[in-house]
Write a protein that binds this ligand. Structure first.
Ligand SMILES: Nc1ncnc2c1ncn2[C@@H]1O[C@H](COP(=O)(O)OP(=O)(O)OP(=O)(O)O)[C@@H](O)[C@H]1O
Ligand SMILES: [Mg+2]
Length: 270
């Protein structure tokens, strides 16, 4: 794999992981990057966004990400898992309920299966960017994602006052780094943010105090444009390129790439 691999992780449900992957793909593609999306969530939300729920629910395991984990699929042509979407420069490996059978809660003890996604991505050389959407837990799918990624982004909803959940995410990242030393945290992404709400502003302030530069400057606002575009099965960059929502996603791309460049420079200097 010659491109950059990002995963979006948080065990908190509904914080915008899938929505951010969906719209980020549009923003990257709009800027000319070729994007491979990996749906690593048995809920299949990202796949449904691109392919429709009927299609996704009816896919056999052998045509989804589950094939990488399923012994009976080991001899299939894995390139067939990569599907084109309706959009230029965006492809996806889909997931559905079949992936649930493999999302074991103690992934560290699962032998070579931990490296299934990494090995698959190492075979790919046609993509600049890989975005991996994870489920709301830290089981096998998220673990595989972290082992396969260069960078982790942690979307956080600005109302999650328990720090316990984030601590578990950071612990899991530390554990994954033992097997994948290239993994870097790019930062927390405040998502579904409503600046009119005092509670959101206070949370953001506290998060920045706690994690400082480990919080991305870009915040993703709660905005109907994201929902409407998703309902129309189009990334907001394509649905409404001039909207504030589309600009937010372009800003996020720019910031992610700037942070990647900075990390690369630091590593080179060190
Ligand atoms: N910035 C946003 N503005 C408006 N709606 C949003 C935004 N982000 C996400 N949503 C909506 O909130 C819901 C949950 O978002 P999403 O599915 O992306 O969360 P998730 O973290 O992937 O959830 P899960 O943990 O279940 O996978 C969806 O209906 C989505 O369209
Ligand atoms: Mg999701």
């Amino acid at each position: 794999m010659t491109g950059l691999v990002f995963c979006l992780i948080n065990q908190k449900g509904g914080c915008g992981k899938s929505s951010t992957c969906f719209h980020l793909a549009g923003a990257f593609a709009g800027l000319g990057y070729s994007v491979l999306l990996i749906d690593a969530d048995p809920q299949g939300s990202l796949s449904q966004g691109f392919l429709g729920s009927d299609t996704v629910e009816n896919l056999p395991a052998s045509e989804t990400l589950a094939a990488l984990f399923d012994e009976s699929c080991f001899f299939l042509d894995r390139q067939r898992l990569i599907r084109a979407t309706d959009f230029e420069r965006i492809s996806i490996v889909a997931a559905n309920q079949h992936l649930g059978d493999f999302n074991a809660p103690r992934p560290e003890k699962s032998g070579m299966i931990q490296f299934a996604l990494r090995d698959f991505l190492e075979e790919q050389n046609a993509f600049d960017i890989v975005l991996i959407d994870c489920p709301p837990n830290l089981y096998q799918c998220s673990w595989n994602a972290m082992i396969a990624s260069n960078y982790v982004v942690i979307p956080v909803p600005p109302e999650d006052f328990g720090t316990q959940g984030l601590r578990a995410v950071h612990q899991a990242i530390d554990n994954a780094r033992k097997l994948n030393p290239t993994l870097r945290r790019l930062g927390h992404l405040v998502s579904r943010y409503d600046r009119r709400l005092l509670v959101h502003r206070s949370y953001e302030e506290r998060l920045r105090e706690l994690y400082r530069e480990m919080v991305l400057d870009t915040t993703v606002p709660e905005a109907s444009a994201f929902k409407v575009a998703l309902a129309c099965r189009q990334p907001v960059e394509i649905y409404s390129a001039k909207s504030a929502a589309a600009k937010t996603m372009r800003d996020l791309v720019e910031e992610l790439l700037a942070r990647v460049a900075e990390r690369t420079r630091k590593r080179t200097v060190a």
